[in-house]
Design a protein around this ligand. Sequence first.
Ligand code: NAD
Length: 468
Amino acid sequence: MESYDALLASITGTTETKTILDPATGAVVGEAPIHCLEDLEHAITAARSAQPEWAALGHDKRRAALLNAADAVERSAEELAQLLSREQGKPLNGPNARFEVGACAAWLRAAAASSLESETVVDDGETRAILHYRPIGVVGAIGPWNWPMMITVWQIAPALRMGNAVVVKPSEYTPLSVLALAKVLNEELPEGLLTVVAGGRDVGERLAEHPAVGKIMFTGSTATGKAIIKSSSGTVKRLTLELGGNDAGIVLPDADPKAIAEGLFWGAFINTGQTCAALKRLYVHDDIYDAVCEELTAIATATPMGNGLDESSVLGPLQNKQQFDIVSSLVEAARDSGARVLVGGNPDVDQPGYFYPTTLVADIDDNNPLVAEEQFGPALPIIRYGTVDEAIAMANGLDAGLGASVWSSDLSAAREVAARIQAGTVWINKHGAVDPRVPFGGSKQSGYGLEFGTEGLKALGIPQVING
Ligand code: NAD
């Protein structure tokens, strides 16, 4: 018997279900309900009726409820992590399932701790204008399959903190993780305030166009983000869009290859590369190109990939066949174009699960599809450059602009380069290090709106000026 069996039984229900398979083994994880448009209507009705009382509780009581919800996550942490590992594929260890569940508790606590005060904009004796943030009402949260629990918390914690009710539409690939998380959170929240509707694309579409929903928090692909902009336009809905990324990392010639290799590796391969703000294109100066390739190859070779429940694994399978096929075909096309596969490629298609080996591809052109498209998997292209201007031009050459990084022993030189990169966040000597106190959001076609901290709370309120 698995440790999460009781949790699983409590979320399956009796509606129509679909069988969820473990991406590492193909074994059955559980039955997920398939919710329909009618279930969505019920959830929105329940949210509408629960929200006014929740808003009326005030900030302190809502804060307390979020802190209790964080405690509830910690009480069920191991069950949640095991279910997440089996459904999503990510290992328990490393920056993976246990880490993700821990992040859920941390982000709930951070949302409780953040504050957003009313702001006196003008008070000069004649005019008195105060800017307040009022609850929106019902917020829709639509999420992806890569970090299903953590991203759900990123969306719902600030929404609840600001006095809203939330209806969540999880990815069809990872409904059990999100249902289980909500079940645990609901131990500490009023009935109807937070509901997960585990439906398909039609449910997401309807949520985005629904007249009773005031805002959509969306994390997923740029293509779906564009569809949501269209379907939400009829009601002029507020949107926060965290979309696809294709983050560049630039290694300056003065960087120490040995010192930065571990950071580069995990910047790229966290969650086996299935991370929005992972390092997906690495630009390395000619002077240290070979040394960086060597260091990365040594780490790639030594880092264990395997079944998530095996305590020694720190890299896992791709979550689904579609993503496995995308990564395979991008690496094959790169190899066919003459690029050099330093390590990886050649997945063993006879073994069960969607395992794609950790792959590094060197001597590759900047316009190769493995560079220009988001691979979202464990295959990192490493591009050689001659001048920093050239590297910046390549980094800025795509429509994506989520994150980026600069690697150097000279902090002020790195900051100067960072300022010239078109991305929502540019990290220095690290990549993808999100922090609940620091705003996070995309530029260009990686989306708009900020999450986390006070900026994140502002995005879950309606600004209202009282003038007089
Ligand atoms: P996806 O866009 O395919 O699906 C995301 C969600 O949208 C799912 O719940 C899906 O059912 C729903 N959906 C699909 N069509 C819809 C529609 N027309 N209307 C409303 N909802 C709809 O994304 P995915 O494949 O699950 O996730 C991977 C992508 O997400 C990658 O591009 C990745 O970079 C991006 N991502 C971005 C961030 C970020 O913070 N910027 C974080 C994680 C993932």
